[in-house]
Design a protein around this ligand. Structure first.
Ligand code: PMP
Length: 437
């Protein structure tokens, strides 16, 4: 039959781990989507779910927003040849720049992983150094360089690897010598390590909101400012990886939100309105030095067959128009705020020690802790219960796989939020007897 279970079994015979590497985050098997609209997904078995994953971030306007669907249809009918220059990409880049003036120069790419990799290449080219520093628990995409110490833990509770040790097989062991891992939101230790290694670092890359697998923890303004000061002192290129929080932190991005302007930023996910699109950019002198016509020996390699494809550009432009002309962001943020407050109330009512983190349309829970500055803090709490709550929501009609914080969209209404809170209430009633504090 065409049920999710049957499709799951079939998929496992052709794809390792079934449909995707994320399958373990869905219980008892992944939901196969028949259709999706606004804040909800309907699966092939006819069940409807409130979606809190939203494509892992891109669907800030919800599923199949009419304005985005129309733009995609229109562009596909006229031209969808990537690689050839297209006026739409200039128009869109200028509009992004108008919101984010720190994007003095930018380049579009397809994915966040390409954007972060390219930003690091720029930093290496302009500094002549190779090492980079990243923060524990920060995720920057699938490139080897960044996978060190992302601290993604499966619901089953894979043992943590010590700091700086590769989490995955198949990666170049040399990366251990090229990447320094720093403690997020810990000014003292971060600044000390930057002072020690500053002379050899090309870049410090950080997530303005630490998202990786259940993070959802914003950087403090003081922390961002301290990293900025240390990077300036040592001539290190500072990169904000805004792939996930771009547009969600406000159209002006993390520099406005945190009051700190890095040298380069990466943006992605919601930027393409749900289609593959990301970008990296920032200071004109750095971007020109590494990508400009006169780059010479500093020129970095940056290319891709599908880069800057017009359909993604059209979708992104249509989505941006909605955010500019409606109170879309306020709606998404409102749903996020209501969800944070509600989760706080439900967890308190059930007597679960917890912290709810996030901001705007980004929401995450951490149980068994009273304070959360970074991923290490959250893993020191009851990470198993947190994962159990998120995973358990599936059976209650809410998709919140424990791979990602919850994100709301412009289409999440009070009714959706209430459904999530009811789901979490039911899950807690069911699973709490198995946990003690
Ligand atoms: N950086 C951040 C902060 C991200 O959240 C992600 C994706 N979760 C990436 C980079 C990688 O983006 P992509 O999956 O599009 O390659």
């Amino acid at each position: 039959t065409g049920s999710s279970r049957a499709l799951w079994e079939r998929s496992a015979r052709i794809f390792p781990q079934g449909v995707s590497g994320q399958a373990k985050y869905f219980a008892p098997y992944p939901v196969f989507v028949e259709s999706a609209s606004g804040a909800t997904i309907t699966d092939v078995d006819g069940r409807t779910y409130v979606d809190l994953l939203m494509g892992a971030g891109p669907l800030l306007l919800g599923h199949s927003h009419p304005a985005v669907v129309e733009a995609v249809r229109d562009q596909a009918g006229r031209m969808f040849n990537p690689m050839m220059p297209n006026k739409g990409s200039i128009d869109f880049a200028e509009r992004l720049q108008a919101h984010m003036p720190h994007l003095e120069r930018l380049r579009f790419v397809n994915t966040g992983s390409e954007a972060t990799r390219s930003a690091v290449r720029v930093a290496r080219a302009v500094t002549g150094r190779t090492k980079i520093a990243k923060f524990e628990g920060n995720y920057h995409g699938s490139d080897d360089l960044f996978l060190i110490s992302t601290h993604t833990r499966t619901p089953a509770g894979t043992p943590e690897r010590p700091e700086g040790v590769l989490d995955y097989a198949g990666m170049s062991p040399r990366l251990l010598d090229e990447t320094i891992v720093l403690p997020y939101n810990d000014i003292e230790n971060t600044v000390a390590r930057l002072n020690e290694h500053g002379h050899e670092l090309a870049a410090v890359i950080m997530e303005p909101v630490s998202f990786s697998s259940g993070g959802g923890i914003p950087a403090t303004r003081e922390f961002a400012a301290a990293v900025r000061a240390a990077t300036e002192a040592h001539g290190i290129v500072m990169i904000f990886d805004e792939v996930l929080c771009a547009l969600r932190l406000g159209l002006a991005g993390a520099p406005a939100y945190l009051g700190v302007t890095p040298d380069l930023v990466t943006i992605g996910k919601a930027v393409g309105g749900g289609m593959p699109l990301a970008a990296f950019g920032g200071r004109a002198d750095l971007m020109e030095a590494a990508l400009g016509a006169d780059a010479g020996p500093r020129k970095i390699f940056q290319s891709g067959t599908f880069t800057e494809n017009p359909i993604s550009i059209a979708a992104g432009a249509a989505a941006l128009t909605v955010l500019e002309t409606e109170d879309g962001l306020a709606r998404a943020d409102g749903a996020g705020g209501r969800l944070r407050a509600g989760l706080d109330e439900v967890l308190t009512r059930h007597g679960v020690p917890h912290v709810v983190t996030g901001m705007g349309s980004i929401v995450q829970i951490h149980t068994g802790v009273n304070e959360v500055r970074n991923r290490r803090d959250t893993l020191a709490g009851n990470a198993a219960l947190t994962a159990e709550i998120m995973l358990g929501c599936t059976a209650e009609g809410v998709l919140w796989p424990p791979v990602h914080p919850a994100v709301t969209s412009t289409e999440h209404t009070d009714t959706h939020v209430d459904a999530v809170l009811d789901a979490v209430d039911s899950v807690l009633t069911r699973v709490l007897p198995q946990f003690s504090f």
